[in-house]
Design a protein around this ligand. Structure first.
Ligand SMILES: [Zn+2]
Length: 374
């Protein structure tokens, strides 16, 4: 059956910019759009572009506090505000900039538009490249994130009775989302990230597995510096696949931060974008809707290519989906153009990475798997 695909974007997003010296570059969404449009993956049967709508106050208050939302709005466009600063707004990581409030609501609203399209069966797969701001807390701006769109989307889907599997492949721990559902068993969060001992935000160890009803429904997969494709997929297949199978989600929310790619200036993993394609293909095999958001990714060119590849996989463009097959098959080198070349892995790198990855897998299997009868 043909997949219904929605790409969330509008020119309205281009009005806003983080400060020029800040690593988070909102232009990534526009560049992804340009590539997928050039590939014929923005229109045609089954595929459409849908504009984001600003998240409403009622929606935002499902996760964020009134005090925080007020401070974010008040600080937006100003230079400094002491109440805002006490909640992380106006720090080097989360600076105040013109239109900060409007941009945050629009970017987050895009993910919620996607969640609604899935709830009404208008879309099977959705991508909001402007979303994925997984570090924001209920009353805290953190790690370049002001409004936690992915947490809000999980809440919206769960409120409609969906079992939600939140998967976070950003190189940083998806702390804001993990802790939002730490005591809940209707939303399982799985975060793959670089070892928190060496990377922001310093949380996401294997022993953080949730509490109360949520015990076993928060899964953290910390990975060593230099983790490469084969080691990553080994962990993914050993941990995520059995847990997804046991949890039986109705819907996936995927935070697809691309800062785990080799060459990212803020992190130290060694992945190619083929991992992103493989992960999405695995999720698609469960035949449930996928709401994908962006996230980190500070090598702009690599990030944009990875997300364009991810979208082409989501749409089914690489399996000869009849919706776009005619367009794609005419251009034989398109996929090679988006896919990274395989990286050569030294014996030394294997010897340092693989044992650590295996130890992580064992630790999770010991602590989490029995809770799910695995
Ligand atoms: Zn990140």
């Amino acid at each position: 059956m043909m997949r219904k695909s929605a790409f969330i974007y509008s020119k309205e997003l281009e009005k806003y910019h983080y400060p020029p010296e800040h690593p988070f570059n909102a232009i990534r969404a526009r560049k992804v759009r340009e590539i997928v449009e050039s590939l014929g993956l923005l229109s045609g049967e089954g595929i459409r572009e849908v504009p984001p709508k600003p998240a409403t106050r009622v929606e935002l208050k499902k996760f964020h506090t009134a005090r925080y939302l007020h401070a974010l709005k008040t600080a937006s466009g100003k230079h400094w505000d002491s109440d805002a600063l006490s909640m992380g707004i106006g720090t080097p990581d989360c600076p105040i900039f013109d239109g900060m409030y409007e941009y945050s609501l629009l970017a987050a609203g895009g993910t919620l538009v996607g969640a609604k399209l899935i709830l009404t069966n208008e879309a099977d797969v959705v991508f909001n490249p402007s979303g994925g701001l997984h570090h924001a807390g209920p009353e805290r701006a953190s790690g370049f994130c002001y409004i936690n769109d992915v947490a809000l989307a999980c809440i919206m889907l769960a409120e409609q009775g969906k079992r939600v599997l939140y998967l976070d492949v950003d190189v940083h721990h998806g702390d804001g989302v993990a802790y939002a559902f730490y005591e809940r068993c209707d939303v399982m969060t799985i975060s793959f990230h670089e070892n928190p001992r060496v990377l922001f935000p310093g949380t996401g160890f294997t022993n953080e597995i949730g509490e109360g009803e949520g015990k076993g429904y928060c899964v953290n997969v910390p990975l060593p510096i230099g983790t490469y494709d084969e080691a990553y997929m080994k962990a993914f297949e050993a941990i995520a696949l059995p847990l997804i199978g046991a949890f039986k989600p109705d819907v996936f929310v995927l935070q697809s931060g691309a800062d785990a790619l080799a060459g990212d200036p803020l992190a130290h993993l060694h992945l190619t974008n083929n991992v992103y394609a493989e992960v999405i293909n695995h999720l698609l095999s469960f035949q449930k809707p996928i709401l994908m958001a962006g996230g980190g990714g500070y090598n702009i060119e690599n990030t944009v290519r990875a997300w364009a590849l991810a979208w082409s996989v989501l749409c089914g463009a690489d399996t000869g989906n009849p919706a776009v097959g005619g367009v794609m098959l005419a251009n034989t080198d398109w996929q090679g153009g988006l896919r990274d070349r395989t990286l050569v892995i030294s014996d030394q790198q294997r010897d340092s990475v693989m044992p650590a990855v295996e130890a992580t897998i064992d630790a999770i299997k010991l602590k989490v798997f029995p809770i799910h009868g695995l």
